[in-house]
Write a protein that binds this ligand. Structure first.
Ligand SMILES: [Zn+2]
Ligand SMILES: [Zn+2]
Length: 147
């Protein structure tokens, strides 16, 4: 599947060819801290199937194994873009949040569930609003769409 993505300000963008069956969610504590979100979704792409426009910044993270990973993000808007091995990357892990087609890319697996937020597997039970948070009590939907 061909996808394209960009950071929030548009300074960095890309095109890629991925398999929708390889989308995953990672609940590891590094993904939580670095993404600013309770978990992160990624889809891998081979470097030869990835075309980058613009120049992301990289933050080098040393894993527990000693492997060094390069985490690419936009230096202007801060949006996360992908990670790869620092030396001779073969695969990039694209951050799903920057992929335009992300709504079509449901995850097929979840990893590092031992560090997942205890509430994250029951999001459906949390009251929902169709638009933004406000200082007013949101108009929660009454539940799932019935069909
Ligand atoms: Zn940007
Ligand atoms: Zn992770």
């Amino acid at each position: 599947m061909k996808i394209d993505g960009q950071c929030h300000c548009g300074g960095v963008s890309y095109e890629a060819e991925i398999s929708p069956d390889t989308v995953i969610v990672c609940h590891c504590s590094d993904c939580q801290t670095i993404s600013g979100a309770p978990y992160r979704a990624n889809v891998p792409v081979k470097v030869e199937n990835f075309t980058l426009h613009g120049t992301p910044k990289t933050y080098v993270k040393t894993a527990d194994s000693g492997n060094k990973l390069a985490l690419a993000f936009c230096g202007d808007c801060g949006a996360s873009l992908y990670s790869s091995k620092l030396e001779n990357p073969v695969i990039l892990n694209l951050r799903l949040g920057a992929v335009k087609q992300r709504a079509q890319l449901a995850p097929k697996g979840q990893y590092f569930c031992r560090s997942a937020m205890p509430w994250v597997f029951d999001l459906d039970a949390i009251p929902k609003s169709q638009d933004q948070t406000s200082s007013h009590r949101p108009h929660y939907s009454t539940g799932r769409t019935r069909g």
